[in-house]
Structure formats: structure tokens, C-alpha cells
Design a protein around this ligand. Structure first.
Ligand SMILES: *Cc1c(COP(=O)(O)O)cnc(C)c1O
Length: 377
């Protein structure tokens, strides 16, 4: 029987829970070769995923290049043992306070599965990394979305939506896509108000890009706040997005609970070894920050010249408002070989998010934006 015949079968329909019927699958972008064919361009600058154009730190590259092919046949460490020891050393935590996942994306599911049951809810912002909301929704839990205030997570608004069935707050710090952040004082105030009644997840996917003195290091707050869970990833600053590796850290008791929902062997051995050396490269972090700082200054200058509104904060990205729909702008920019993130999915219609990249890509973007905005081409 063909797949489509199967789907017409009413028995299948009966098997599907309501929250799955309501949920629409996320469609990832097509591979580069297909996109270039569709858009009719001969090269493509991907400025849509906040990847680091400098690539992985040199020591990680050496690990990847020298990886013994025979190791592909054996299972990796099922709990990223050595990497957890290294991270524990670096952050002053016990290795058992850390769980490594197949990207930070995977650990979102671990936390929700560990704490939510039927009738529970999670609280986050309306305009932030959408995966918190998606995982909650397709798992059958309510996601309460609090509008951003001045492009920033609204702490008071989040607290006012909290009730007996609220299990988790998700705070993205700094926020993707707005680049705004809570200072240490503001985060502490929020944690004090929550007073241990819910899990507070702080997603620090972009923390290594932040240079502000009042930005909190979540790892250092874990000892004081046992309900705090920190997410970090190797995808952004450490440029290992393709190997899929991220982690969470928290109080021992909380992590012992979350561990029950972990998928064993979900993190491959190459990712574990590359991450192990990448995390120590401080020069890589400084070089990336310099690249981002300089390219952002140039880009915002150009955006000012074009008279475009933008929001530029922390992180290796910024948001621009365009005088047209973001999906139209996306298609037009694609014909110039530049791929951005259209923001309707983040509930920012008419905005695009641009990843800060190398000068060649930034120049291509600025020329393409000029054509699209000034000449409607
Ligand atoms: C990119 C990103 C992640 C997760 O990335 P992984 O590749 O799954 O590790 C998590 N949170 C935010 C806010 C991100 O932008």
C-alpha cells in the first residue's frame, strides 16, 4: 500500500492525539544545491542559521580530520563521560550536574518530559526561539506565550501567567532573535520571585558572544538556585552545528530527575571529542567576537544609510524591518544568492534576521539588500 493510501485509512486518523492533529510540522530549508537551482543563483551565502563562519577551533578541526574511520562502528560513550568531566572542571560543577544532548534542541525535550504531565503548562515569550513552544505543544502541554516588552523578555508578564500547573519557565538569554538580555540583577530578581516553585531554564546559546559586564553567567548561579537549569550549545560560538552537540547543567537533584528522560547514545563520539578540545580555545572566542563586532558596525552603518529600522543587540545576528513581507524579501534576496531568516515564524512579520559573517558574505548581503529595497529587484 502506498503512503498516501495509508493516510486515508480512517483507523490511522483515530490513532492520532488531538494535540498532534493540531500541530503543523516544521519544514526545514532545502539543501543548498536545490535552493540554488530554484533561485537561479550560482553561489549561496547562508546567513539564516547563526553559524560561525570562522569554522571550528583549530584543535577541533584536527580531531575531525584525524578521526579513525573504524570508530564509526563502535558506540560512543553513552553519557559523554570525558566531556562532562571537562565541563565540570571548567564550570566548577560535578560531572553529574551536566547532561549532554544531540544539540541543545534535544535537551529541551528532556526537561519537558521530565517535569510535565497532562494539564501542565510552560511559560516563555511569544517572540523567541520557537522550539520550547513546539516541543511543549506537540507533547500535549500548553505553552503560555508572554509578549516581549521593548524587545525583551517580560519578567512581570511571565510571573502573572504562572499558576499551580506551571512547571517550567524558558528564558532565552540573550534572546534569539532580538539580542536583548536580562542583567544578573534582573535574572536574580526573577529567580527570587519564582522562589523555587518552577524550573527556570535559561538558554545561553549565545552567551559566549556577550561582552557586557552585567550579563549573568548562569553556571555560577546554579549553586544558589537549585531550580535553575542552564542550556549551552557547541553549535554557535564553537561552530560544531553539523556535529549536533549541546548540554544542560543544573543542581544535582534536578539533573538526576532529567537524566531519566535522556536518550542514551544520541551524541556521537566525534562530536564529543571535538567539543572536548573546542571548549578550551579562548582565542577562537576572541577572534569570533572581533569579527562580529566589526561586521555589525559596518552593517548597521549601511542599514542607517538605507533608512531601515533594525534591532542589534548581543549575539552573532541582528534583525531588520523591511518595507515588504519577509517571505517576499527572502525570495528576492535568494535570487541574489543571499539566504536570511524570514521572521514570520518568530511572529515578526516584515522582519528578517541576518547572521553576522565574513566580509565577502556581508558585502553580498548589503548589495542585495540595496537592490531589493531601493530598486525592488
Ligand atoms: C541555535 C540555538 C539552540 C540550539 O542549537 P543546537 O544546534 O540544537 O545545539 C538553542 N537555543 C537557541 C536560542 C538557539 O539559537
Amino acid at each position: 500500500m502506498k503512503h498516501c493510501d495509508l493516510m486515508k485509512n480512517t483507523h490511522i486518523e483515530r490513532l492520532v492525539p488531538d494535540h498532534i492533529k493540531r500541530f503543523e510540522a516544521y519544514i526545514p530549508s532545502k539543501p543548498d544545491d536545490m535552493l540554488m537551482k530554484m533561485a537561479g543563483c550560482s553561489r549561496l551565502f547562508r546567513l539564516n542559521n547563526n553559524e560561525n563562519p570562522l569554522g571550528p577551533p583549530p584543535a577541533a578541526r584536527r580531531i575531525i580530520e584525524a578521526y579513525p574511520s573504524l570508530r564509526a562502528s563502535v558506540y560512543p560513550s553513552g553519557d559523554a563521560y570525558h566531556l562532562r568531566c571537562k565541563l565540570g572542571d571548567l564550570f566548577g560543577l560535578h560531572p553529574d550536574q551536566i547532561l549532554v544532548g544531540n544539540g541543545a534542541n534535544e535537551v529541551i525535550g528532556f526537561v519537558i518530559k521530565a517535569f510535565c504531565q497532562e494539564g501542565d503548562n510552560i511559560i516563555t515569550a511569544d517572540k523567541t526561539f520557537a522550539v520550547y513552544e513546539w516541543v511543549a505543544s506537540f507533547s500535549g502541554f500548553e505553552a503560555r506565550l508572554v509578549p516581549l516588552k521593548d524587545f525583551t523578555f517580560d519578567d512581570e508578564g511571565m510571573l502573572s501567567l504562572m499558576d499551580e500547573r506551571t512547571k517550567i519557565f524558558f528564558v532565552c538569554n540573550p534572546n534569539n532573535p532580538t539580542g536583548t538580555y536580562w542583567s544578573e540583577e534582573r535574572l536574580r530578581r526573577f529567580l527570587d520571585r519564582v522562589a523555587g516553585r518552577q524550573i527556570v531554564v535559561v538558554d545561553e546559546a549565545y552567551c559566549e558572544f556577550v561582552e557586557q559586564a552585567d550579563f549573568p553567567d548562569g553556571m555560577r548561579l546554579i549553586a544558589e538556585y537549585p531550580n535553575l537549569v542552564i542550556f549551552r550549545t557547541f553549535s554557535k560560538m564553537y561552530a560544531l552545528a553539523g556535529l549536533r552537540i549541546g548540554y544542560l547543567a543544573g543542581n544535582r537533584e534536578v539533573v538526576d530527575i532529567i537524566r531519566r528522560t535522556c536518550v542514551v547514545y544520541s551524541v556521537n563520539g566525534l562530536a564529543q571529542e571535538a567539543a572536548y578540545v573546542a571548549i578550551e580555545d579562548k582565542e577562537h572566542v576572541l577572534a569570533t567576537r572581533t569579527l562580529v563586532r566589526n561586521a555589525k558596525a559596518l552593517l548597521t552603518h549601511e542599514l542607517d544609510n538605507l533608512g531601515l529600522t533594525y534591532v542589534s543587540g548581543e549575539g552573532n545576528f541582528l534583525m531588520v524591518r523591511l518595507p515588504m513581507s519577509d517571505s517576499l524579501a527572502y525570495r528576492k534576496l535568494m535570487t541574489h544568492g543571499v539566504m536570511v531568516r524570514s521572521m514570520a515564524g518568530f511572529r515578526f512579520p516584515n522582519w528578517i534576521r541576518i547572521t553576522i559573517a565574513l566580509p565577502e558574505a556581508m558585502n553580498a548581503l548589503m548589495e542585495a539588500l540595496f537592490e531589493v529595497v531601493k530598486h525592488d529587484r
